[in-house]
Design a protein around this ligand. Structure first.
Ligand code: ZN
Length: 177
């Protein structure tokens, strides 16, 4: 659904881009205000709470809507502090959002380096953790783990402001040289 006049989105009807359906702006406004409220009471440090919000509102809001994007960004931030506590599928989800949001900000705010840095930090943390788990499970050998960590390190290099703990501090990289 898009507004008939994008500059008057709160006062004109919204129409479907695939069929002739039309809805009033009141319905759209009510939906956005409900979603805004729900996000404001969502604990964005908990991945389950974030996933619940996205699952509930992604069917009615675009995947790039600012409320959905805000929640996806929160999930990537969880990688900073709790990466080792995440379940495998949550880790994969956070990694997917790091990549997805990276593409989005390249289009919307290409000069926003701080945001890019935060996403790349999350990306490196997720990749390093995935590599660590695969190595423990015997899914990859030392050579593959080394390559995985080097890819992770490449993303960390873009992170120019202070971050106290890198995921790579968990590894003795010299072991893999
Ligand atoms: Zn339709």
């Amino acid at each position: 659904m898009i507004p008939v006049d994008p500059l008057q989105s709160e006062s004109v009807n919204w129409r479907c881009v695939a069929c002739p359906s039309v809805i009033s702006p009141d319905i759209v406004t009510a939906l956005i205000s409900e979603a805004t409220h729900r996000l404001s009471v969502t604990n964005k440090t908990k991945i389950e709470a974030c996933k619940k919000f996205i699952q509930e509102f992604e069917p009615v809001l675009h995947g790039n809507h600012f409320l959905i994007t805000d929640c996806k960004l929160a999930i990537t931030q969880i990688l900073d502090n709790s990466v080792s506590c995440l379940k495998d599928d949550d880790l994969a989800l956070a990694l997917k959002y790091c990549r997805e949001l990276g593409k989005l900000i390249s289009v919307l705010v290409p000069a926003e380096n701080r945001c890019r840095g935060v996403l790349l930090f999350g990306l490196h943390a997720a990749l390093a953790e995935i590599g660590r788990r695969k190595a423990i499970g015997g899914e990859i050998d030392q050579n593959d783990l080394r390559n995985n960590l080097l890819v992770s390190l490449k993303f960390l290099c873009f992170y120019t402001f202070n971050k106290p703990i890198s995921m790579l501090n968990r590894y003795n990289l010299s072991t893999y040289r």
